[in-house]
Design a binder for this molecule. Structure first.
Ligand code: G3H
Length: 543
């Protein structure tokens, strides 16, 4: 088994001829365009080379596939993008923020239909830029389209609810949600399309204007959408920036002119970004950050189910999910059987290239990642853990086969550090206080998974745990979806809540028009409404 696995990992990468025609990228992609103020401008300055995590077997060894280049813009373009977004918002007086909800929905629908035409190209780029397998790359695209469609439906609902007048204590009022201004959207590399759009789309549809900076990996896959952005929205409403954060993002924040920071990444970077704003209280932050979600496997758990969900939870997309299970606590009564079945399950996960059928474990995009993971494993081994799945931790350039570490303990780096990759520490416990203490002491507070069958025991765990994390999963892995459910975290794991409907709220502020219940005022209100003189003060509703 080990020999087979090691051999498979050694011969994992294809020669150029072995890549199926259908999935060969049209490379090199020389992206020179960036979108500012409704213009696709061309860049002739320094460029960033994009390497795929996928290596190609060549006469001189393995080489990471060069995908192309994108612009390394400077502070000048950054401020131009900001000026464009500011002027499109124009202190709330711009065409976009004052447009009717129905018209804004129309623009987003136009964008969505243009986006759908780019599915094949974008899915292929997701595979090549971040090595997500084909099925998951397709899911990421389709989930994003569905998210946009659900957002439109949620906005229609919100608009219907807000289209009525309230009369209280002699005051007539109409309350709606109004946009905040310029939103800087920065998504993560593990969901470069989906998570970027889960902030961009709600912010946009609510009347804000956008500066989009794609994540550090997964930049080129946004290129097919530039034309759709340009054609679907008024000038300056969506602007895109590419380059180094210090060069292009710091000036935006230092200017004090960013109204909302929508960032999905690490708390370390989020703190650096927030501190750069001269008046941090003026900038609303919507942050999705790191986590270290534990699984707790109780002695009466259905082990087949627990093993299946723990494997999915810890190793889908190689463990590169903020919601991944990053540490497993297993009751000592079942630890032997659990480890045997879990190791078998992990070793059945097929390693390979993202387009190969049934492939689950793929190369990793971050430079130096296999060394980092290897260091975590060595550190744990020095402190008493073993790799319990045969061949676990076998690496080849950008590829790392999952390693299960047992028994892990609090002295090890893996106990605290968010591995964001295919290393799974397992800790035995006798007393349920052990995993609970881990959660209490942790810097993170996103989710937990409990595996068990006794309703009394599970109920006793739920009540305190809901005050430590923001989602308690029973007999299933941790996850963000369905996207209509709230997604958030405590401590260093998040700021603000995202879900289809929550996102509409988080990028807006409740604003109202109020008047004393007097004949003169009623007649003014009636005239405005009946003659459709205002987009805000209106009783129209969208069907
Ligand atoms: O990286 C974190 C994602 O929000 C996780 O989403 O649970 O649907 O994979 P997911």
């Amino acid at each position: 088994m080990t020999v087979e696995l090691v051999e498979k990992v050694k011969t994992l990468f294809p020669t150029e001829d072995e890549i199926p025609q259908k999935y060969r990228p049209d490379i090199p992609i020389r992206q020179v365009e960036y979108l500012i103020n409704g213009e696709l401008r061309k860049w002739d300055g320094p460029m960033q080379e994009v390497l795929s995590p996928i290596c190609i077997k060549t006469g001189s060894g393995l080489e990471q596939q060069v995908m192309g280049t994108y612009p390394l813009l400077t502070e000048k373009e950054s401020i131009e993008a900001l000026d464009a977004a500011k002027s499109a918002f124009n202190h709330g007086r711009g065409l976009w923020p004052t447009m009717s909800v129905e018209q804004r929905i129309g623009h987003v629908q136009k964008f969505t239909s243009m986006m759908k035409e780019k599915r094949t190209e974008i899915v292929n780029l997701i595979m090549w830029e971040i090595a997500k397998n084909l099925k998951s790359a397709e899911k990421e695209f389709d989930r994003t389209v569905r998210y946009i469609e659900d957002t439109i439906d949620a906005l229609k609902d919100l608009d219907r609810i807000s289209s009525r007048f309230h009369i209280t204590e002699g005051v007539i009022g109409q309350i709606r949600r109004a946009p905040l201004g310029v939103v800087l959207c920065m998504g993560p590399y593990n969901y470069p399309l989906n998570e970027t759009f889960t902030t961009l789309i709600p912010a946009l549809i609510m009347g804000n204007t956008i500066i989009l900076k794609p994540p550090k990996f997964g930049v080129l896959l946004h290129r097919p959408l530039l034309e759709a952005f340009r054609e679907s929205f008024p000038e300056g409403v969506v602007n895109t920036l590419y380059g180094k954060g210090k060069v292009i993002i710091s000036p935006l924040l230092n200017s004090g002119r960013i109204d909302v920071l929508a960032f999905i990444g690490t708390s370390k970077v989020a703190d650096i970004l927030k501190k750069q704003h001269p008046k941090p209280h003026r900038m609303r932050c919507v942050l999705g950050l790191e986590a270290k979600n534990p699984a707790i496997v109780l002695p009466d758990a259905d082990l087949d189910l627990a093993v299946k969900e723990c494997a999915l939870g810890s190793l889908s997309y190689n463990g590169q999910r903020c919601t991944a299970l990053k540490i497993l606590y297993v009751h000592r009564n079942v630890i032997g059987e659990f480890l045997k079945r879990f190791a078998g399950k992990v070793n059945s996960l097929k390693p390979g290239m993202p387009w190969e059928s049934g492939v689950k474990i793929t190369p990793l995009p971050e430079p130096g990642k296999t060394k980092y993971l290897n260091d975590l494993v060595s550190d744990a081994q020095e402190k008493g853990a073993k790799v319990v799945n045969e061949g676990g931790g076998t690496a080849n350039e950008t590829f790392f086969f999952p390693a299960i570490l047992y028994p892990a303990n609090s002295d090890m780096r893996i106990y605290r550090e968010e591995q964001f990759g295919p290393v799974v520490p397992v800790i035995p416990f006798d007393d349920i206080e052990v995993p609970i203490k881990y959660i209490i002491d942790s810097n993170y507070g996103q989710q937990v998974s409990i595996f068990g069958n006794d309703a009394d025991v599970i109920a006793k765990l739920i009540d305190p745990l809901v005050n430590q994390v923001c989602r308690v999963n029973i007999n299933s892995q941790c996850q963000r979806g369905p996207d209509t459910f709230p997604f958030t975290g405590r401590k260093d794991s998040a700021e603000g809540t995202l879900s289809v409907s929550d996102a509409l709220r988080v990028f807006t502020i409740r604003t109202l028009v109020a008047a004393k219940d007097k004949d003169q005022n009623k007649s003014i209100l009636r005239e405005i409404v009946q003659e459709r003189k205002s987009n805000f003060l209106s009783t129209d509703f969208i069907l």
